[in-house]
Design a binder for this molecule. Structure first.
Ligand code: EPZ
Length: 422
């Protein structure tokens, strides 16, 4: 297994291009199942999760061709000949559940493996299933698979989510585009990835209103046509790299970054003493004063502070002036990076969903282990500011959500390299 070696110290200066969003692309790709005409995605990120979704769609009979060094995905679902999403693929990536709604809407039947457990939390899919049942789907759980059918097709209905779920909103939104009648989704997720999905579906002929708010209305249509759609900027990759100059000092411009994607996050950076300004090419981030200030953070659904930036923010707060309290409200087990940061000399107390971080003058390099996608990059950020060398192992987690990490960070002056097969 590869690992990444980071030699800490030194400011970062220059530009980092931000890719298309993993979490948008993973819901845009299954949308191809909703039409027999081609759907082409541009600005696609080059990640192992995108390869897994490609493998899944191809296993159903879709054609997915990667062009222009992987940044364009040309897809066609003209000949879907298999309606079972196999455990062997689904276990690699929970987002595989997002083929359920589109397949059911398209052909009235689908069999999808349940995703199973996850490092950051139980992550059930009950809300996905209840939402599809509200559109008339008949579901049966058998041998670890969801067996779904909709004889006569899905029908418009009202979905009332008891809590905000990004994936469940995406699944039922896609399904509702081909359901007979009107669907109203209450307490819907408002993430930019949902708006990007709705934009793409509208280009395919869907009738959708209210995306980006808590109430989405969908008027079902008989069929959808083909389209070409650019994947929205990855706000989590953006936020991650905004923290690089914040944690090391210096000034970095994030090409393609937009303030409205990271509003709540920028408020916390501002409170910590980090300046963020918009440029005509993106966002410029610089550290104002010598030492950053402690800030408290609570993770929430968009437009609140994203849980996917919590680990990275903790890395920053390890060397803040004072004590910060981080509350993780979305996932019940998302502090596994804390013991690794403690190995680097951080002072962190975790009790349930709350972590108290008492800033230290400087972290010290150490061998550490990645436990999930966002935890892995938080250890790299910590290593950039630490004294000495940090070796992050199990970086296969990182490849799921970050393309060219070594290239992008060394491009602004970081001392970082990938160590093959250790
Ligand atoms: C999406 O996951 C993202 N993944 C996650 O990013 C992100 O952390 C999460 O949204 C929250 O923003 C993708 O888009 C592929 P949820 P998702 O359904 O859709 C509970 C990353 O690092 N819940 O909004 O799975 C659930 O357990 C990943 O890129 C149910 O109880 O998240 C959680 O506590 C990690 N029943 C909460 O809701 C359900 O049926 C929010 O989950 C569904 C969810």
């Amino acid at each position: 297994m590869d690992s990444i070696l980071v030699s800490g110290g030194g400011e970062l200066n220059g530009q980092i291009p931000i890719a298309g969003a993993k979490n948008a692309c993973l819901t845009l790709m299954p949308a191809t199942l909703l039409s027999e005409e081609p759907l082409t995605l541009t600005n696609a990120p080059r990640l192992s999760d995108i390869k897994t979704m490609t493998e899944l769609l191809q296993s159903l009979g879709a054609e997915v061709t990667s062009l222009q060094d992987g940044q364009v995905l040309a897809m066609s679902s003209h000949d879907i000949n298999n309606h079972t999403a196999d455990y062997d693929i689904v276990r690699k990536m929970r987002a595989s559940i997002l083929v359920l709604g589109p397949m059911l809407a398209r052909d009235g039947h689908a069999v999808v493996s349940l995703p199973g457990g996850c490092a950051i939390g139980a992550r059930p899919v009950d809300l996905h299933l209840k939402a599809l049942e509200a559109l008339g789907a008949e579901l049966e759980l058998k041998d670890g698979y969801v067996h779904a059918k909709a004889p006569g097709g899905l029908k418009g209905g009202t979905v009332d989510f008891p809590l905000v779920s990004v994936g469940a909103t995406e699944n039922v939104l896609m399904a509702a585009t081909l359901a007979k009648g009107t669907t109203v989704i209450n307490n819907a997720a408002r993430e930019p990835e949902i708006v990007d999905l709705a934009d793409c579906l509208r280009k395919m002929g869907a009738q959708i209103d209210g995306d980006g708010t808590s109430t989405i209305t969908v008027q079902g249509v008989d069929r959808l046509h083909g389209a070409t759609h650019p994947v929205v900027t990855d706000r989590i990759e953006l936020g991650t790299y905004m923290l690089a100059p914040a944690i090391c000092g210096g000034e970095v411009e994030l090409l393609g970054g937009r303030l409205n994607l990271v509003g709540a996050f920028c408020e916390k950076l501002d409170a910590a003493g980090i300046s963020v300004e918009e440029t005509d090419r993106g966002l410029k981030v610089a550290r104002r004063s010598g030492r950053i200030s402690a800030v408290d953070v609570v993770t929430e659904p968009f437009p609140g502070f994203p849980t996917d930036l919590q680990a990275q923010m903790m890395a920053l707060l390890c060397t803040a002036d004072g004590t910060s309290v981080l509350e993780e409200k979305i996932f019940e087990n998302r502090f596994m990076h804390a013991p690794e940061l403690i190995r680097m000399g951080a002072q962190i107390d975790v009790h349930g969903g709350t972590a108290t971080v008492t800033g230290v003058d400087r972290l010290k390099g150490a061998p550490v282990m990645a436990t999930d996608l966002r935890a892995s990059v938080s250890l790299i950020l910590a290593g950039l500011a630490a004294e000495g060398e940090t070796v992050v192992s199990r970086v296969y987690h990182l490849d799921r959500g970050y393309e060219h990490v070594v290239g992008k960070l060394s491009g602004v002056g970081a001392k970082i390299e990938r160590i093959k097969g250790q």
